[in-house]
Design a protein. Structure first.
Length: 188
């Protein structure tokens, strides 16, 4: 299966358990950043909210591995895609589902991150840790996560690098990268 940002492969292990392997598409942004950030986001959500997300079983944000590409292997999420059930659902069930989704989204909206960028595991920030923004203890008591470069291509950041003259906390990053080019394009 191919989505907008990754190819997903459903694989069956020798014990019969199914897992999902994801390989990022280049359109998603620098694969090393998008992979590491997706893992960081999934792990953060799993540890700090009640939102059900699949557990990351294995991953690599470095293409120099036996697979030859960045990848994530996840537990297969239980259930079926919503589009398979939506047409047959009663209106009250649809309303209940939407109410439950808004409760889940409220959990994410209530988290006040200190900077803009991707969410990473601090252990994987490596030597670049000084360029990453640590999270406040109130949202990360275990000191496991940090904010790092965005994988968004509009932000103009190259894989494994970060512009050191940009103050991520001040919003300077918007003026020096994506936002200024969007404004220039809109004004023609």
């Amino acid at each position: 299966m191919e989505g907008g940002f990754s190819k997903a492969l459903l694989m069956k292990k020798e014990n019969g358990k199914e897992v999902v392997a994801k390989i990022p598409c280049r359109i998603a942004g620098p694969a090393c950043l998008t992979t590491a950030s997706e893992v960081g986001a999934l792990e953060y959500i799993r540890k700090h909210t009640s939102i059900p997300v699949p557990r990351v079983l294995s991953w690599s944000s470095d293409s120099w591995n036996p697979v030859g590409a960045e990848y994530i292997v996840l537990e297969k999420a239980a259930g079926v895609p919503l589009f398979q059930r939506w047409a047959d659902m009663a209106e009250i069930d649809k309303l209940d589902l939407i109410k439950n989704l808004t409760k889940l989204e409220a959990q994410l909206s209530s988290i006040q991150f200190p900077a803009y960028g991707g969410l990473y595991l601090r252990a994987d920030a490596g030597a670049q840790l000084p360029t990453y923004q640590r999270l406040n203890e109130s949202i990360d008591p275990s000191h496991t996560f940090c904010i790092g470069p965005s994988g968004d291509l509009k932000m103009g950041l190259q894989p494994r690098t970060m512009e050191h003259d940009v103050d991520v906390k001040s919003g300077d990053i918007y003026r020096k990268t994506g936002a200024s080019s969007d404004i220039e394009q809109a004004l023609g």
